[in-house]
Design a protein around this ligand. Structure first.
Ligand code: ADP
Ligand code: ADP
Length: 234
């Protein structure tokens, strides 16, 4: 069974009296443990589609099933719990600048029933996992872009998610740093059995880490399959 199953999902927005079909009757199944790329031009609907996976964006039609649960049928507390199992990272790292790196990673754990000592220990372990063990007392502004993204990745893992959604997470980074972050994502995919949904507009990013890819255009998936089949090397 797929860990993510979007069935006939549409999202429409009203603007200037017109209806915009940002996502237009999309079906998408993603298997546990996959690194699944979603590529397309800006405005294709990638972010909107992926935001339906945790109902940050409510679909206008269709059903969203994650880990076998139909999310639209959950009570609000159950939905909050389900959302914690979906981590997210973005192009802009969304770190708290007035907090240390360690505090940033601890942040998602503050609302959990976990004591301070265990919270600290967990955050430190996550920082080591992303290669930033020595930076726990630093502030985000003292870090490079790649390091900030590593902090954001550590934070996204605080609640032991099953799924990580990466929305253009390498788009602001240089090619070398992009590569390092992609290697880290691959490592997390393999060691934590983390399913990764990776939005990008760069084919090279898809080619270097994804197993499957869907190509979006004007709210629809216009092609999909194993990366080697969708993007031939010739
Ligand atoms: P992508 O991630 O592929 O760049 P988006 O999902 O961000 O595309 O956007 C798809 C379309 O939906 C765009 O035309 C965008 O302007 C529009 N859109 C996205 N979010 C909203 C919103 N909250 N209100 C109105 N229009 C939106
Ligand atoms: P991304 O490229 O990552 O989708 P955007 O800058 O397009 O980022 O969107 C950032 C936020 O603005 C999202 O919450 C999106 O839903 C919203 N948004 C995007 N386009 C529009 C729009 N035309 N009108 C209103 N909100 C929008």
């Amino acid at each position: 069974n797929p860990i993510i199953d979007l069935h006939d999902v549409s999202v429409t927005f009203q603007s200037n009296g017109k209806t915009l079909h940002a996502v237009n009757h999309v079906n998408l199944q993603i298997n546990q443990g996959d690194i699944y790329g979603i590529i397309g031009y800006s405005g294709a609907g990638k972010s909107t589609l992926v935001r339906t996976i945790n109902l940050l964006q409510q679909p206008t039609t269709g059903t969203v099933t994650v880990s076998g649960r139909h999310l639209q049928q959950l009570s609000n507390p159950d939905l909050r719990t389900a959302r914690k199992k979906i981590g997210m990272i973005f192009q802009h790292f969304n770190l708290l600048n007035s907090r240390t790196v360690l505090n940033n990673v601890e942040y998602p754990l503050l609302s959990q029933s976990i004591n301070k000592h265990d919270r600290r220990a967990k955050a430190k372990k996550l920082l080591e996992l992303v290669g930033l063990g020595e930076f726990e007392a630093s502030y985000p502004e003292q870090l490079s872009g790649g390091q900030k993204q590593r902090v954001a990745i550590a934070r996204s893992l605080a609640n032991d998610p099953d799924i990580l959604v990466s929305d253009e997470a390498t788009s602001a980074l240089d090619p070398k740093t992009t590569n390092d972050i992609l290697k880290l994502l691959k490592h997390l995919n393999e060691t934590l059995d983390l399913t990764i949904v990776l939005i990008t507009h760069e084919m090279q990013v898809i080619k270097s880490v994804c197993q499957h890819v869907a190509v979006m255009d004007q709210g629809k998936i216009i092609e999909r399959g194993p990366v080697a089949d969708v993007f031939s090397e010739t």
